[in-house]
Design a protein around this ligand. Structure first.
Ligand SMILES: [Zn+2]
Length: 258
């Protein structure tokens, strides 16, 4: 197979395939080099006075399957130096994290597979130790949480006619309660804060400036006084709505008594 097709199949624009090192049994080893000759210095952000200073050998990076074979990319660990800053630095590859042995594509793929089943299953499919899959999964989870959090807060801040929901839920029924803050129209959870007492709620608002930047038209909650006081302090303009679930509960209780 021609090198150019392998280039296209890999779909890593920063790399130029040099040669197939070996293709034995279930493994494929491909050697590639960066397409560009130099990179910008991380300090002055310019490549004007950056020079190459050889390489620290080759890095071997596991990538997605090619021809149903475990594929490894061999890329040089190029050393660069900026004569302006007198700083040395290593070549930065976009397709793989620094010092990582698995490409980003490979990690995403493995994590996705584990989400649809289990880490053990993904580990078998990718022929990896389960602990490696677990680690990739945990790392991906952190990044994903951050991304979602940023997204839902931006959405809530920009939403006209925002309707919030605040409600407590038991970590330990009868003992420990936390409070959830939701964007009801957007159907997202914005945050969880420890506690349900007025002090806990005020402490949260004091330490989360983003919360006070919200501009809800209405806030839905149960009939607990602490929530009503807190919300009227934070969002005096917002209509406070007692949610149907709780009102319904009170009505049923009263009817039972009668
Ligand atoms: Zn520099």
């Amino acid at each position: 197979m021609q090198i150019q097709y392998i280039n296209e199949m890999l779909d890593i624009p920063e790399l130029q395939v040099r040669q197939i090192r070996s293709m034995v049994a279930d493994e494929l080893h491909i050697e590639a080099i960066p397409r560009s000759y130099k990179q910008c210095c991380p300090l002055c952000k310019s490549d004007q006075n950056v020079i190459r200073k050889g390489s620290n050998g080759m890095r071997m990076v596991r990538h997605l399957l090619v021809f149903a074979k475990k594929t490894f990319l061999h890329v040089p660990s190029i050393r660069l130096s900026c004569t302006t800053c007198e700083a040395g630095f290593g070549w930065f590859y976009e397709f793989v994290g620094p010092k990582q042995r698995y490409s980003w594509f490979f990690c995403f793929n493995t994590v996705e597979q584990a989400l649809g089943s289990t880490a053990a299953h993904s580990a078998r499919m990718q022929q990896l130790p389960a602990s490696t899959v677990q680690r990739m999964h945990n790392e991906a989870l952190l990044v994903e949480c951050e991304r979602i959090e940023k997204h839902v807060w931006t959405e809530a801040k920009e939403m006209s006619n925002l309707v919030l929901g605040v409600d407590d839920f038991a970590i330990q029924k009868g003992h420990t309660y936390n409070t959830g803050i939701h964007n009801l129209k957007g159907e997202t959870m914005l945050d969880l804060l420890p506690g349900q007492k007025l002090n806990d709620l005020r402490a949260y608002a004091n330490t989360h400036p983003d919360f006070l930047l919200l501009n809800p038209k209405a806030v839905v909650m149960d009939l607990a006084q602490a929530y009503h006081t807190w919300i009227s302090e934070c969002f005096p303009q917002a209509i406070r709505i007692a949610d149907r679930f709780h009102v319904h509960g009170y009505v049923i209780d009263s009817v039972q008594e009668v």
